[in-house]
Design a protein around this ligand. Structure first.
Ligand SMILES: Cc1cc2nc3c(=O)[nH]c(=O)nc-3n(C[C@H](O)[C@H](O)[C@H](O)COP(=O)(O)OP(=O)(O)OC[C@H]3O[C@@H](n4cnc5c(N)ncnc54)[C@H](O)[C@@H]3O)c2cc1C
Length: 329
């Protein structure tokens, strides 16, 4: 256990923050210790979905349990929570178990993947999860089924119950071959540009890698946490009303009554792409991404993001919700 630990390098936004108490979790046996009688303030993975506000009181647990705990050799894996997500996806492709190629290059850890049900290019991690192993504070080790996890769009039981669980490992099933998902984003166009007519999962992974690299800022140079806001879900009635004024407003169907609107488009059309202050702003090439232009604090980011929310609400009457997790909440 260490005290007053600098977390600037532990969050991809590069925000200054200090953990009052910091414990690296490298062994499951540590969970039996007295520190875990109550929930920590922050369970930290790769820090790629966080908005940290200077001081994190109480305990921060950094989940560093890493590696593949078991595999049946036929596509079923139990992976420890601190394992790098992208490395695991690459490993599955290298060992002949495709399926998660659309989810390549998402930063962060395996343990955080179920928390917000990470997704990209038409795929979500929940499609591959068969169980989540977790430490429930005040109770002990538990196993949650996909139904228990109650996965939704960038949402899960874990997100709705902050502080209740520390995920120790995730079980995946990649034994079933699935059709490739090519229709989302620019995947098809990217494959065509490469002259690929009969793509393999590896081709899709390479296409997604190229698209992501061209669209998203490298957090090593421009601190960021990927998409800052979720895409809002609105009623079809509201969408139709908006369409009369904005005929080119894109929408993705959710169900008979609802559609999802791209938050990036709304921010862009509110005139906020590339807008901001000296320290924080939206990324010039993707308005949904907020970047640390150098020297930003969590409060700078929070206050600019509130301005963005307010202007989008004012122009379109649509609420956009933060995707990143604020600590302390
Ligand atoms: C450049 C960039 C691109 C991104 N692209 C995408 C994308 O395409 N799709 C997408 O869905 N996300 C994306 N993200 C967001 C982020 O990568 C994911 O949300 C990722 O799963 C976060 O993992 P992490 O380990 O960094 O979690 P952290 O940021 O450390 O934590 C995120 C949340 O999960 C909780 N948590 C972390 N580990 C555990 C654990 N073991 N047990 C319990 N709770 C835990 C934390 O307490 C916190 O609430 C992107 C981020 C960046 C910076």
């Amino acid at each position: 256990m260490r005290e007053y630990v600098d977390l600037r390098r532990c969050n991809t936004f590069g925000l200054p923050a200090v953990a009052e108490r910091y414990l690296p979790l490298t062994d499951l046996a540590q969970l039996e210790g007295p520190e875990f009688r109550q929930s920590p303030t922050l369970v930290l993975g790769g820090g790629s979905n966080l908005l940290l506000l200077e001081e994190i009181p109480g305990l921060t647990v950094h989940v560093l349990l890493s590696g593949i705990a078991w595999s049946d050799g036929r596509g079923r894996f139990r992976v420890l929570a601190g394992t790098d997500w992208n490395q695991f996806v690459r490993y599955t492709l290298d060992t002949g178990f495709p399926g998660m190629e659309n989810l390549i290059l998402i930063p962060g850890t395996v343990g955080a993947a179920p928390v917000q049900n990470i997704g990209a290019y038409g795929a979500e991690v929940s499609e591959f999860i068969t169980a989540v192993q977790a430490w429930e504070f005040g109770r002990g080790m538990v196993e949650l089924s996909p139904e228990d996890c109650a996965f939704g769009y960038r949402d899960s039981h874990f997100k709705r119950e902050p502080g209740r669980y520390l995920i120790t490992a995730v079980d995946f099933d990649l034994s079933r071959r699935r059709p490739l998902k090519l229709e989302y984003g620019a995947i098809n166009a990217e494959l065509e540009a490469e002259g690929i007519t009969d793509p393999t999962p590896r081709d899709v992974a390479n296409a997604v890698t190229r698209i992501r690299r061209s669209k998203l800022p490298d957090w090593f140079f421009y601190g960021n946490s990927g998409s800052f806001f979720k895409n809002p879900v609105v009623s079809r009635g509201q969408y139709t009303a908006l369409q009369t004024e904005y005929p080119d407003l894109p929408a993705y169907p959710i169900d008979a009554d609802h559609v999802k609107l791209p938050a990036g488009w709304l921010i862009d059309r509110a005139g906020l792409r590339g807008a901001g202050t000296e320290t924080v702003g939206t990324y010039e090439r993707q308005a949904l991404v907020m970047v640390n232009r150098g020297g930003a604090t969590g409060r700078d980011v929070l206050s600019f993001s509130e301005r963005v929310r307010g202007e989008v609400k004012g122009k379109f009457g649509v609420e956009i919700e933060r995707e990143v997790q604020l600590f302390p909440a």
